[in-house]
Write a protein that binds this ligand. Structure first.
Ligand SMILES: NC(=O)c1ccc[n+]([C@@H]2O[C@H](COP(=O)([O-])OP(=O)(O)OC[C@H]3O[C@@H](n4cnc5c(N)ncnc54)[C@H](O)[C@@H]3O)[C@@H](O)[C@H]2O)c1
Length: 308
């Protein structure tokens, strides 16, 4: 498979590049920042430059595109206009260029940030009230509608997942609202203490990075006729609060303590689901998570010494 990835230097991109390389794909990994992947072709690409993006697509002629370039939720609140250009306008231009370049399938991730304060927080249904309060979530909700529109009106095979917070050992995420989960592990090992920007009992849905990558590959491999959703699928892995993760970490590092100093991200987190109903993803393409909180912690303790 010939593939193109945008935002390939980010938390998901780095792991996806490795998974696609193992699958034997011919990869062009792009990002606005320089990439350093040995044995993989890379290019610098700013997705807000629609002409440059078009040229890359026409030149590389990928069969599959994984569009991961984005500003995450917290970074978006500091730069709302730029965030809209990256998260929504560039996605529109990418979909257009994919049609012209004859791309077979596109993966573009949505987020639980597309939900809002009037969304039911427990077992959030696939179809429900969606009134996001952050500009990141507003762009994700608009992007979901755009993805379905391009599928229905233009025949572009776009596939998407509403990702919850993603936790993995290899990358210290920056700019999101669920970053605390990775930061807590790093600070537990390096400092023995962590200052958390959310209140202790704010429960959020989370996914271990290996489950996230597997979800992308499984959704992309599904036969098109099996997919009943062309906006974005709910998926659920596990849910935990900062206090629950702190307690889990204390089982390994008993002296570890968190200090709680909530900031603007608290309002975003409180407007997002605690758990999601992912029954349609399970039925349509066989989604099933493999990591719960215990398995996530075991995997993090095993891998973190390589990165900290
Ligand atoms: N990580 C999560 O918890 C999470 C949760 C829900 C959804 N998502 C979505 O998954 C996708 C990937 O997220 P991630 O966690 O890897 O994010 P990330 O912030 O780690 O990576 C995003 C990448 O996009 C690049 N980028 C930013 N502006 C760009 C531009 N103008 N042109 C090209 N590249 C640009 C950045 O350099 C970065 O490498 C995003 O769409 C994000 O909204 C992530």
């Amino acid at each position: 498979m010939r593939v193109l990835i945008t935002g390939a230097g980010g938390q998901i991109g780095r792991e996806l590049v490795i998974a696609l390389y193992r699958r034997g794909d011919q990869i062009l990994a792009t990002d606005i920042q320089p990439l350093n992947y040995s044995g993989i072709q890379t290019a610098t690409l700013d997705v807000t430059n629609s002409q440059a993006m078009w040229e890359v697509l026409m030149d590389w002629r990928p069969q599959e595109v994984f569009h991961l370039a984005a500003y995450l939720s917290a970074r978006s609140e500091s730069n709302p206009y730029e965030s809209w250009q990256v998260n929504f306008t560039a996605t529109w231009h990418l979909f257009e260029a994919c049609l012209e370049a004859g791309v077979q399938r596109v993966f573009w991730p949505s987020s639980i940030a597309a939900f809002g304060p009037h969304t039911p927080r427990a077992q959030t249904p696939q179809y429900t009230v969606m009134d996001p309060i952050g500009i990141y979530g507003i762009a994700k909700l608009a992007g979901e509608r755009l993805a379905e529109y391009f599928y229905l009106r233009r025949g572009l095979d776009v596939r998407s997942i509403r990702f919850p917070g993603i936790v993995g050992p290899a990358h210290l995420p920056m700019g999101g609202t669920t970053d605390f989960a990775v930061h807590m592990f790093y600070d537990a090992l390096q400092k023995g203490t962590y200052t958390c920007y959310l209140k202790p009992h704010t429960r959020l849905p989370m996914l271990y990075i290996e489950d996230a990558i597997r979800a992308i590959l499984e959704l992309m491999a599904a036969p098109p006729e099996a997919l009943s959703i062309r906006g974005a699928y709910n998926i659920q892995g596990m849910s935990f609060s900062p206090a629950e993760l702190e307690a889990e970490i204390q089982k390994r590092i008993p002296h570890f303590r968190c200090v709680y100093e909530p900031d603007f991200r608290q309002a975003l987190a409180e407007s997002w689901p605690e758990t999601l109903d992912d029954s349609i993803a399970r039925k349509d393409w066989g989604w099933k998570p493999q990591y719960d909180l215990y398995a996530l912690c075991e995997a993090m303790w095993k891998a973190l010494p390589l990165y900290t």
